[in-house]
Design a protein around this ligand. Structure first.
Ligand code: G4P
Ligand code: NA
Ligand code: NA
Length: 190
């Protein structure tokens, strides 16, 4: 997606060889028009897959997941992140480590909003190691719903998350693939 790549080049800040700060377009501020365009792209790619719900994890995935759900005309469900003290029987829960934040969180979705006859499209902003995505895929599996695929705005190809999911059989589509951030340069894979 050319407009997205342009926004990444103009507004992204390379923090290290591993991390690209995208606060200006994904993680702190959002461009509504660009975000709706991303939603259209994902909706187009998964239009014929009978998606019944779009699912993301709070918080940065919500805007693009909303745009996608709007285009597909289906509800958006966002998994909550919280510390769970008690196991709640009506909640599906997975514990997820976050390397960048150095913490462990629980992601939860109520069984009220995910059912065995659902066909789920998972949407997220960035995939790095893919821990959050893997946790969400486990929740979807345990719900009995079908995962039709994953749409990710920015795929960091030099980390393992995206390809690990593909190897697991998940159809993963990304809008911008970043091959390298070495030396402060943003190099796209396509
Ligand atoms: P993972 O989600 O792919 O497993 O990666 P990891 O655990 O390393 O990342 C934890 C959080 O950091 C995720 O946000 C992920 O999107 C974000 N992240 C990872 N690499 C980058 C990067 O290069 N740039 C930016 N801007 N973010 C990165 P999150 O925990 O889902 O938080 P939120 O943004 O949804 O609140
Ligand atoms: Na994020
Ligand atoms: Na996210």
């Amino acid at each position: 997606m050319e407009k997205l790549k342009q926004a990444i080049v103009e507004q992204g800040v390379v923090v290290s060889d591993q991390v690209l700060k995208l606060d200006a377009l994904l993680n702190h501020q959002v461009d509504p028009a660009l975000t709706m365009e991303m939603g259209k792209q994902f909706a187009e790619r998964f239009r014929d897959d009978g998606v019944t719900r779009v699912v993301t994890v709070e918080s940065s995935g919500i805007a693009v997941a909303f745009a996608t759900a709007y285009e597909l005309g289906v509800p958006l469900v966002f998994a909550r992140r919280k510390k769970t003290l008690l196991a709640e029987p009506d909640m599906l829960c997975e514990r997820v480590p976050s390397f960048t934040k150095g913490i462990v969180t629980d992601i939860l979705i109520s069984r009220e909003f995910i059912s065995p006859d659902d066909r789920i499209l998972f949407i997220d902003d960035i995939i790095a190691n893919g821990d959050a995505a893997r946790g969400l895929v486990k929740i979807i599996e345990r719900s009995g719903a079908t995962l039709v695929g994953a749409g990710i705005v920015v795929e960091k190809c030099f980390q393992l998350g995206a390809n690990a999911l593909r190897e697991q059989g998940v159809r993963l589509e990304s809008l911008a693939k970043i091959a390298s951030l070495e030396g402060g340069d943003i190099i796209f894979a396509d």
